[in-house]
Design a protein around this ligand. Structure first.
Ligand SMILES: Cc1ncc(COP(=O)(O)O)c(C=O)c1O
Length: 417
């Protein structure tokens, strides 16, 4: 019996709660890819805070940097005042991320969460082009505030909006229209034809891998034709890298291998390093058309997040970290392929350190998630009806913990699928 029960949550917390229903215990401590509940049960974490915990739980380097900052009376909250913590984060981001990739972006810190960053991106694209409509994709997930929700595909989330979700046109994502059919071909013809009824949009907003949408991976060719289309029609290309940026694909940005250069890039989740919230919009300088204070917010200056986030960027100073991520990813892929091959109707998708096992039915996937939880593994569901199991461990996971977790997953699939 746990010393703390789930009763307080069930009695007092809103019905809106979700993940805790799948993992009905009270968590207490965590370190890298292992979490313990109040009863001392240990779990291996393949959930990874949905892209927040890329550097693991309680990363010792980031924790120490934050402790040192606090003990020196470092400013903890600063709206958009200039602070030392922010200067250090920005300097490191420029030196470690932008310069080596020859990328030229201005930085905007709109607010702590991903949906805030998406709102800023949409608003800026509309302002820059003077156009209202945005094109988003089937199964896209961009957040819960109204602008971002309008770009999100999932009916469960959309139905709760309470108002019309306007000014977004939905187009099939790569692969949605069926094997070998490029969903952008028709769109291109429509945009080329002034009588098609479809006007060029302010922007295209796209995830290179749709994480919440079911780990759907867009091809290099498709993303390149999307960029071409955007450029041809004077629309901005927004890449939402909130979940699969920050090293998840084996590159810092998920689009690095694709030969595209988005006009706006949305980052959040892992950019704060420790799980400390931070949102960051990257803006091609010519589109930085904001007037001072035109898009504001109280929590723009998250100094503890700047401190932890700057420490996280140290991982990218040498190629070792991303080399290790890609190496681990290969091992994960091989193991998941063998798991998928042993049962009927399981398909594997993914890249780097994000993989989806598509069970074809939400019911079947839910059974595996439950069995995994019972064997001591945390893994989440995504995609239509939750039919895809999403592997997303911390990138820093130790090799032995990773293989132990994959064995637990194999066992859960054997027992439940
Ligand atoms: C691609 C993507 N964009 C936006 C969001 C929204 O981020 P947040 O939940 O921090 O508002 C998410 C969250 O899962 C996401 O995966």
């Amino acid at each position: 019996m746990s010393p703390v029960s789930t009763g307080i949550f069930e009695r007092l917390e809103s019905e809106v709660r979700t993940y805790c229903r799948t993992y009905p215990t009270v968590f207490d401590t965590a370190n890298n890819a292992r979490q313990r509940d109040v009863g001392g049960r240990e779990f291996i974490d393949f959930f990874g805070g949905a892209g927040v915990l890329n550097y693991g739980h309680n990363n010792a380097r980031m924790r120490q940097a934050m402790i040192d900052y606090m003990m020196a009376d470092g400013v903890a909250h600063s709206l958009d005042f200039y602070t030392r913590a922010k200067a250090e984060f920005m300097t490191r981001f420029e030196e470690v991320i932008l310069k080596p990739r020859a990328l030229d972006y201005k930085l905007q810190f709109p607010a702590p969460t991903g949906t805030n960053v998406v709102e800023a991106a949409l608003k800026l694209a509309r302002k820059a082009t003077g156009r209202m409509d945005v094109i988003a994709f089937t199964n896209g997930f961009h957040g819960m505030s109204l602008g971002a929700l309008a770009c999100t595909g999932n009916a469960h989330f959309r139905d709760a909006a309470g108002v019309p979700l306007d000014h977004v046109l939905r187009v099939p994502y790569d692969g949605f229209a069926g094997e070998g059919r490029n969903s952008l071909d028709v769109l291109e013809r429509e945009l080329d034809d002034a009588s098609s009824g479809i006007a060029p949009p302010a922007a295209f907003i796209v995830e290179t891998i749709q994480a919440e949408g079911g780990v759907n991976v867009a091809s290099r060719e498709w993303l390149q034709s999307l960029q071409k289309l955007a450029r041809k029609h004077g629309s901005l290309l927004i890449v939402d890298d909130i979940q699969v940026g920050n090293g998840r694909t084996g590159r810092f940005f998920s689009f690095e291998d694709h030969g595209i250069e988005p006009d706006l890039v949305c980052l959040a989740k892992g950019i704060g390093g420790y799980g400390t919230p931070l949102g960051l919009l990257l803006i091609r300088p010519e589109y930085d058309m904001w007037k001072p204070g035109e898009h504001t917010g109280t929590f723009r200056g998250q100094d503890l997040s700047f401190v932890a986030g700057a420490e996280a960027l140290n991982y990218y100073k040498t190629p070792d970290f991303l080399d290790a991520v890609r190496g681990k990813g290969e091992g994960v892929k091989a193991k998941l392929e063998s798991i998928a091959a042993r049962k009927e109707g399981i398909r594997l998708r993914g890249r780097g350190m994000i993989y989806g096992l598509d069970f074809g039915s939400g019911e079947r996937a839910a059974k595996v998630i439950k069995a995994a939880f019972e064997t001591g593994l945390l893994i989440g569901g995504c995609g239509t009806d939750g039919r895809v199991l999403k592997f997303m461990s911390p990138l820093t996971i130790e090799d032995d913990t990773l293989s132990e977790g994959l064995d637990l997953l194999e066992q859960a699939v054997r027992e439940a699928a």
